[in-house]
Design a protein around this ligand. Structure first.
Ligand SMILES: Cc1ncc(COP(=O)(O)O)c(C=O)c1O
Length: 395
């Protein structure tokens, strides 16, 4: 039988990050490849208390179907948090609970894109978003990501050259994979350009609350007076990634379309976990919990950064994130797939930078994660990593 697979789906490759899982069983391998939150960051005991309460008093609601838009108390809690803490929810907006932040990107893509449309992204960017756009048959066009955010000249050029651009996908804060944060000046310029060229900004902000140094930068959503910014995030990096609870908000008309698509997709996000998040927000202090995660990641990132500073050849550059989970290392020469394989031979797993490119291009960068490895693994592993890449560039 020759299976007639959708042409759009054929263009989507399995994530190289998932592929790395096959190396995970190699004895002694140290992995900097994951994008997982630290297991130490889950408030498991508090969540058990909330879960017990749900089963004691609301079991039949938790086990029943719910509404596609999401559990109303949770939606209201998130709206309040977005309004009061981030000025990122206006009276013209609506909000839907999604199955992780990933589904927010997917719904927005499905609501807006036709085959042949263009999505403009930072280059590099999050592979999960690239795949969501590609499944819709869209072309992804990358714009260079500079140390302070997307290149404004590059963005205007891409917008001019791609009249079929409908979405500008951005991760302005602690970007995945680079760790870079877009400065406020650039956010304003990006917003102006989006308005000028009539594209919707999809602002993806799963790491925004994980700042461990420097000053907060207002979201692009907070600048939106025209109803052109969709905003998605999730509880994956601040409570638990396995629960799969996220949200998408933006102009009511677009969210209404997303609700219809979600209905056809998974009917609604797991109701028990929505109730669990809601109960946690009611009973505990989420901000105090996030503060403990920030402290944990500050410690881990500092350990990684100082090991890189001490060990890397000065010609090798790397980002110094003020939050989030990642460091992006760029060698002065070489090929990222080759660098990945050379590291694997030394039992060090990193992510091949090419994975994150919206369109094929030469790449000599790899992504490192500091939230998952233990402190000992960071010390030992980064020392081996530095030796390996220092040797690599001398070849
Ligand atoms: C930039 C970015 N957006 C969205 C997601 C998806 O997050 P979630 O686990 O909430 O689906 C991730 C996950 O790593 C991410 O890095």
């Amino acid at each position: 039988m020759e299976y007639k697979i959708s042409e759009n789906v054929k263009s989507v490759k399995p994530s190289a990050i998932r592929e790395i899982f096959k190396y995970m069983s190699v004895p002694g391998l140290i992995s900097f490849a994951a994008g997982n939150p630290s297991p130490e960051s889950f408030p498991a005991e508090d969540m058990r208390t909330v879960a017990d309460g749900i089963f004691a008093t609301q079991a039949s609601s938790a086990l029943q179907y719910g509404s596609t838009e999401g559990y109303t108390p949770l939606r209201n809690q998130i709206k309040d948090r977005l309004k009061n803490k981030f000025n990122s929810f206006s009276e013209n907006d609506e909000l839907i609970i999604t199955t992780g932040g990933q589904q927010g990107i997917d719904l927005c893509a499905r609501a807006m894109l036709d085959p042949g449309d263009v999505v403009i992204c930072e280059s590099p960017t999050f592979i999960g978003a690239l795949n969501a756009f590609r499944v819709c048959g869209a072309k992804t066009v990358g714009v260079e990501l500079e140390d302070d955010g997307i290149s404004i000249d590059g963005l205007e050029k891409a917008l001019k050259e791609n009249p079929k651009a409908k979405i500008l996908y951005l991760i302005p804060t602690f970007q995945n994979p680079s760790g870079i944060t877009t400065v406020q000046e650039k956010r304003k310029k990006v917003y102006k350009l989006a308005k000028k060229y009539g594209v919707i900004v999809l602002e993806d902000n799963p790491y925004g609350e994980l700042r461990f140094s420097g000053k907060d930068v207002p979201t692009v959503k907070s600048l939106d007076t025209e109803g052109i910014v969709m905003y998605c995030s999730s509880f994956s990096k601040i409570l638990s990634s396995g629960m799969r609870v996220g949200f998408l908000c933006g102009p009511k008309e677009l969210i209404d379309r997303c609700v219809v698509i979600k209905q056809a997709n998974d009917v609604h996000t797991n109701l028990f976990f929505q109730m669990l998040v809601s109960g946690y927000l009611e009973k505990y202090d989420l901000d105090a919990h996030i503060q403990t995660i920030r402290e944990l990641y500050f410690k881990k990132s500092s350990l990684m950064i100082s090991a890189l500073e001490n060990g890397l050849d000065p010609s090798i550059r790397f980002t110094h994130p003020e939050g989030g989970l990642f460091v992006w290392v760029t060698l002065p020469k070489g090929d990222s797939t080759d660098i990945f394989k050379t590291c694997i031979d030394k039992k060090i797993a990193v992510v091949d930078g090419k994975t994150f490119l919206p369109s094929p291009a030469p790449c000599s960068s790899v992504r490192l994660n500091y939230s998952t490895p233990t402190d000992q693994q960071i010390s030992d592993g980064i020392s081996i990593f530095c030796e390996t890449v220092n040797d690599y560039i001398k070849r």
